[in-house]
Design a binder for this molecule. Structure first.
Ligand SMILES: N[C@@H](CCC(=O)N[C@@H](CS)C(=O)NCC(=O)O)C(=O)O
Ligand SMILES: [Fe+2]
Length: 357
């Protein structure tokens, strides 16, 4: 079974794509974004996948790739075009190569034009193609820098992409119009730059008058991407919080397990956000916990310590997730949510006070 997750970076309008195989657990990630490291590594862990490769469609001009960070964190290897001029990759890809994850494969097609080293990746059964910035939905990549060339972009789209089956799904590298999916048949008919009866000279005319300002991050992104996303100088990995082993949640929170909390309980403030009767009866509470029902949290922030980490707790971990987010917004730097709440705390043998009375 194929596992497939499109992932969007709103600040650069970039699509990244995670493809995995359930039986082998192997996965590849196309065009990861530097700032989305935590989201991507969390999703890969939650889905039980091993990231084998990060694949670049090209040397991006508008954002920095997450390839190098993911290699440091997860041991994935970096593959990109031999023609893009980047150094530091584990594998240089050429037209006709294949990249495997488990028993599945992506076929590499050279589709230059937006840049000289643009690649598209076609899934083994030709059901999907990842076009990078060669073919966008009803658009295409610009051709006014990085050896961009309208004639070669026109040829790439017509010879390498429009020759795929009409129902092959098109996954672009960016979308600026809120679109996430198209098909080869649709783009052949409706792409205003390259579809229908548009000839190469018409296309060149269109592109000469695109009039786009250069990407805002271009001067930072291109050199960084030529190093596969390795930061310059002393490398600062984004540090995980040091006060306990925590997991990042895609919802944007740090989470702690009952076992990890038991180890650090004396050094943190547990804030229990249930109602008073839940705190004193039923499941009971963790020794030393401060009771601040969720509805009162905002008005009682002054009672909470700023010098110690805070762990928020409730029955199941849901209300306390909301509380952790509120505390983060209020400037508390070290906050984690007890995942699974008192139910999981008790199920895993955690000690309680005031239970069942
Ligand atoms: N406004 C964006 C730049 C967007 C841009 O230039 N995108 C490139 C892809 S790297 C492109 O080819 N865009 C084609 C288009 O918008 O038609 C930024 O500052 O980052
Ligand atoms: Fe691009």
């Amino acid at each position: 079974m194929l596992i497939f997750r499109p992932l969007f970076d709103p600040s650069s309008s970039t699509w990244s794509y995670l493809l995995g195989e359930r039986s082998s657990g192997e996965a590849v990630l196309i065009d990861p974004v530097f700032e989305q490291l935590r989201r991507d590594e969390t999703l890969i862990r939650e889905l039980g996948l091993t990231l084998k490769w990060t694949l670049e469609t090209h040397v991006h001009a508008d954002h920095v790739t997450g390839a190098w960070l993911l290699r440091q964190r997860l041991g994935s290897r970096i593959a990109l075009s031999v023609d893009g001029g980047a150094s530091g990759a584990d594998r240089q890809l050429r037209h006709g190569d294949t990249v495997a994850f488990g028993s599945r494969q992506l076929q590499v097609r050279a589709t230059p034009g937006h840049t000289s080293g643009c690649l598209s990746y076609v899934l083994d059964d030709e059901s999907r193609v990842f076009t990078g910035d060669c073919l966008l939905i009803r658009g295409c990549g610009r051709t006014d820098f990085q050896q961009g060339d309208t004639a070669s972009l026109y040829r790439s789209v017509h010879m390498q992409l429009f020759t795929l089956p009409a129902d092959c799904l098109v996954y672009p590298g960016h979308d600026y119009n809120g679109m996430g999916l198209s098909s080869i048949g649709e783009e052949r008919r409706f792409n205003p730059r390259l579809g229908g009866d548009v000839a190469e000279a018409d296309f060149a005319g269109f592109m000469q008058h695109l009039g786009l300002p250069h990407p805002k991050k271009m001067d930072l992104a291109v050199p960084a991407n030529l190093r596969c996303g390795r930061p310059e100088g002393d490398v600062q990995m984004p540090a995980d919080p040091g006060w306990a082993p925590l997991n990042f949640s895609i919802a944007g929170l740090w989470e702690i397990t009952p076992h990890a909390l038991a180890d650090v309980a004396r050094r943190v403030q547990v804030v229990d956000v249930r109602e008073p009767e839940e705190f004193s009866h039923g499941l009971g509470h963790i020794d030393g916990a401060l009771l601040v029902p969720l509805g009162q949290l905002e008005s009682r922030l002054g009672e909470l310590p700023r010098e110690r980490p805070i762990v928020t707790v409730c029955r199941s971990g849901a209300r306390s997730a909301r509380a952790a987010a509120m505390l983060g917004k209020a400037g508390f730097a070290e906050v984690a949510n007890l995942r699974g709440g008192m139910l999981r705390w008790r199920a895993e043998g955690g000690a309680v006070v005031g239970a069942g009375e």
